[in-house]
Design a protein around this ligand. Structure first.
Ligand code: PGA
Length: 234
């Protein structure tokens, strides 16, 4: 079971260090994606990895404002987020760059959390439209890559407090599982009240959490809830 926290543009070096020091030893796989400026060689519990919210698919070079493999290597980071809806929709990251990032990360042997999800107008068209949309988002990457984790994150559920329903998650996860055997997460307004029912869905292998994970107390609470109740380790 994977519990991932995406800090987005939150936390400083000091608050990240304080946060990480409180993460317990647990059989769950914990992933934390803090801002680049907080990267450091922390002493983390087993099963807890730091990852990069973004990177440019190069070793190094002239790409103002970006970081490449050389910068991640310095901190031993080998886990990345790709295709997050804020990168796709707010930062206008093109599908072609997303695919390039996937292929580069795969070549590096990094663990990839690959995010897909439909906008509200597609959800309103119904299940078939959602499935078609997600299939397109997944068709250009290697779905058999052994370090791939897929996160289903409906765009309309991210940061809105409006989670997809259990039925919607279940139905969409089933469709994605037909395409790939990669571990499958759900993300989009997961919080202390909703996490248990979500992770207990048959085909759910974990969650990617934004806002509800930015304070350490609810994050620890969610780890505890899953730890005490869930299917165990994957
Ligand atoms: P949220 O963010 O939990 O605040 O909806 C999830 C995400 O962006 O991965």
């Amino acid at each position: 079971m994977i519990i991932a926290s995406n800090f987005k543009t939150n936390h400083t070096r000091i608050s990240t260090k304080e946060f990480l020091e409180k993460i317990p030893q647990t059989p769950l796989q914990i992933r934390i994606f803090p801002p680049f400026t907080t990267f450091d060689n922390y002493n983390l519990p087993k099963n807890t990895l730091l990852g990069a919210q973004n990177f440019y698919p190069v070793e190094n070079g002239a790409f103002t404002g970006e970081i490449g493999k050389e910068q991640l290597d310095e901190f031993g980071l080998n886990c990345v987020l790709i295709g997050h809806s804020e990168r796709r929709n707010v930062l206008n990251e093109a599908e072609s760059l997303i695919i390039e990032k996937f292929n580069f990360a795969k070549k590096c042997g990094w663990e990839i959390i690959y995010c897909v999800g439909e906008p509200i107008n597609i959800r309103e068209e119904g299940e078939a439209a959602v499935n078609e949309y997600l299939k397109k988002q997944l068709e250009k990457i290697d779905l058999n890559y052994e370090k791939l984790i897929i996160a289903y994150e409906p765009v309309w559920a991210i940061g809105t407090g409006l989670s997809a329903t259990l039925e919607q998650i279940k139905a969409t996860h089933s469709e994605i599982k037909k395409l790939s055997r990669a571990p499958l997460l759900y993300g989009g307004s997961v919080n202390v009240d909703t996490i248990l029912n979500i992770v207990n869905l048959n085909e759910c292998d974990g969650v990617l959490i934004g806002s509800a994970s930015w304070k350490i107390e609810p994050f620890l609470k969610m780890i505890e809830i899953v730890n005490n109740n869930k299917k165990g380790v994957i």
